[in-house]
Design a protein around this ligand. Structure first.
Ligand SMILES: [Zn+2]
Length: 112
């Protein structure tokens, strides 16, 4: 997973778990709660490995969601809406993300 993809995901989701809203460290490991990348529609169910299917999730939520296909359970309509908004929003450059992420981290009050 390229670093810029993770940074973009982190910024797109406001540094919070899409499912439980916990503030996440900007690093994938370390910090208070481990962050991970969840594929909203699981890759095993034909989900795409693209921005419109990537969700920032804390590790416990990612684990709990597992292989659930949201098209079958309709459990997370808010996440689905947000994903559609993100997919339609402009792609920020790596430089811009590097500039914006420290501000976001400060705002949500989490240590690097
Ligand atoms: Zn969570």
């Amino acid at each position: 997973m390229a670093d810029v993809i993770y940074k973009r995901l982190y910024f797109d989701w406001g540094g919070r778990c899409a499912y439980c809203d916990v503030a996440l460290s900007r690093m994938k490991t370390g910090g208070k709660v481990k962050a991970s990348i969840d594929h909203f529609i699981p890759l095993s169910k034909g989900g795409q490995n693209g921005r419109s299917n990537r969700v920032l999730a804390c590790y416990p939520c990612n684990l709990a969601k597992g292989d659930i296909d949201p098209r079958e359970t309709n459990q997370w309509p808010d996440v689905e809406r947000r994903l559609a908004e993100i997919a339609a929003s402009p792609l920020l450059s790596h430089g811009k993300l590097r500039q914006l992420i420290p501000e976001l981290v400060k705002q949500i009050g989490i240590e690097a």
